[in-house]
Write a protein that binds this ligand. Structure first.
Ligand SMILES: *Cc1c(COP(=O)(O)O)cnc(C)c1O
Length: 483
């Protein structure tokens, strides 16, 4: 089946294709009783399983595991996604039975420790973001956006404002327009200026009394800080709107910028990027929403309240948007975030952001001679190049980034953000050493030379991976669901 599926897949065969009749992985005494079938229909039928000995099985799964690429094997500079190293200690803390065996149906009186952890984590996140309250219910960044937008809608409804639109810049994350549309708001796209950021006049032109507010990503998807955010928020507020900030990439600004103090009314964070939970791999995640005082009544319920040193869940908030997650959110992710914040402390959270920014700027400066840098100015945690210099050799972003795999790196984010043609978006993160960043830079420089001297090797890349260049859309267009 592997062969037929795609000749390109020169990998470990499926376990069903392995084995030799009569091999077995155990030795047990011969049975001395009659066969007994729970289901008579199955009598005499064979389960078509391969005959394998133990070492075949061990090697099969060990080899499969070695085909995987992850942060524990190499650098993963996927822009916007913050694939940074997460301390193993925090996983171990989560594994402590008091956390890992906590059950959401245990009464509050017996879960005080868990509730205290959630309560305190909310407070830390408010401190870090300069906001007044937080809900840890959303399970992902995009769900946090949805919750934030639902709250903005509830706020306007309570004030009897009729709003139908939301302003979204071209450098916002792709999930933003989707989240706003789900709330029935029509996204109005506006353009960033030649420096890759928003100018107040552009916002002023489209902001009217039908507009619920603005939804911007800061730092934006070009890795740039929206310097005019304070003025923009003043314009939006003066015309009755609210300011939503997508703060998924907080690792660029934590300990440095308090978004709630520069005009933002509501923002979400991705604990599964910035705060010690791995991102990718299907979760679980956590996308807490932080708000300023006037939006507190609309936060999802239940909320945790603290009275006389006792923590309880409270549903009694009449203007709430309701519940958006079974129970109270993904607790495991919260434990890791809590441990991360407590071990780092204010000083080192700030340092982490500074290093994330330093590393990205170092890459930007080292590579801008060989790859086109559309916005040549200091960046935050990521930098965006394109394949413009390589176009004359007919080499594209895809060729460049597939070739990077031959050098042992995960490719960066490609063809995003959309405002840059053929974008190559690199986010080194704060956890990579100078040595590994230098190796990445060397690999990119080698590839830039190859584009001139040996374009064929790029066109065929990856050359050394078990799976070669794939047809990117075939699996979706012609799915092979059974054989
Ligand atoms: C990752 C990301 C999101 C979406 O987060 P998910 O947890 O994947 O839903 C939203 N905005 C920005 C800026 C992001 O980087």
């Amino acid at each position: 089946m592997t062969k037929k599926l795609d000749d390109n897949l020169n990998v470990e065969p499926l376990i069903m294709e392995k084995g030799k009749k009569g091999r077995c992985a155990y030795s047990m005494p011969k049975r001395d009783i009659e066969n007994f079938y729970l289901n008579k229909d199955l009598k005499g039928s064979e389960l078509n399983l391969p005959d394998l000995c133990e070492i075949d099985i061990v090697r099969h799964y060990t080899r499969l595991s070695q085909l995987n690429f992850g942060l524990d094997t190499g650098m993963y500079p996927l822009g916007s996604c913050t694939m940074k190293y997460n301390p193993k200690l925090n996983e171990q803390l989560l594994a402590c039975s008091g956390f890992s065996k906590a059950h959401p149906l245990v009464p509050e009186t017996l879960s005080q420790g868990a509730l205290q952890l959630i309560y305190e984590l909310e407070q830390y996140l408010c401190l870090i973001t300069g906001t007044d309250a937080c809900s840890l219910q959303p399970s992902a960044g995009a769900q946090g956006e949805l919750v934030g937008m639902l709250m903005i809608c509830a706020f306007h409804k309570a004030k009897k404002n009729v709003k139908s639109k939301i302003i979204i810049p071209d450098t916002a994350h792709g999930t933003n327009p989707a989240s706003a549309s789900l709330c029935g708001l029509h996204p109005v796209q506006i353009k960033s200026n030649k420096n890759g950021i928003l100018v107040p006049e552009t916002v002023d032109k489209v902001m009217d009394d039908q507009t619920a507010g603005i939804m911007l990503t800061n730092p934006n998807t070009l890795g740039l800080f929206e310097e005019n955010i304070l003025e923009i928020s003043q314009i939006v507020h003066s015309k009755g709107g609210q300011v939503y900030c997508d703060g998924a990439n907080l690792n660029a600004v934590m300990g440095i910028v308090e978004l709630g103090k520069i005009g933002v009314d509501v923002l979400h964070l991705n604990l599964h990027k910035t705060f010690s939970a791995p991102h990718g791999g299907g979760g679980p995640g956590s996308g807490p929403v932080c708000v300023k005082k006037h939006l507190i009544p609309f936060l999802p319920v239940p909320r945790i309240i603290k009275e006389n040193n006792t923590y309880t869940f409270c549903e009694n908030f009449p203007e709430t948007i309701g519940r958006i997650h079974p129970f109270f959110g993904n607790f495991g992710v919260m434990v890791k975030a809590y441990a991360y914040i407590r071990t780092m402390g204010a000083k080192y959270l700030k340092k982490a952001s500074q290093l994330a920014v330093l590393n990205a700027n170092y890459i930007k400066e080292c590579l801008k001679e060989v790859f086109y840098l559309p916005y040549d100015r200091p960046c935050l945690h990521e930098c965006v190049f394109s394949d413009k210099f390589q176009a004359k050799y007919k080499i594209t972003t895809l060729d460049i980034c597939k070739r990077l795999m031959d050098f042992g790196f995960h490719p960066p984010t490609v063809y995003f953000p959309l405002v840059v043609n053929g974008a190559i978006m690199i986010e080194p993160t704060e956890t990579e050493s100078k040595e590994s960043i230098d190796r990445l830079i060397d690999a990119f420089k080698t590839i830039a030379n190859e584009a001139k001297d040996n374009p064929d090797i790029l066109k065929k890349a990856p050359n050394t991976c078990p799976v070669k260049r794939l047809d990117e859309t075939k699996a979706a267009r012609q799915p092979l669901l059974s054989e």
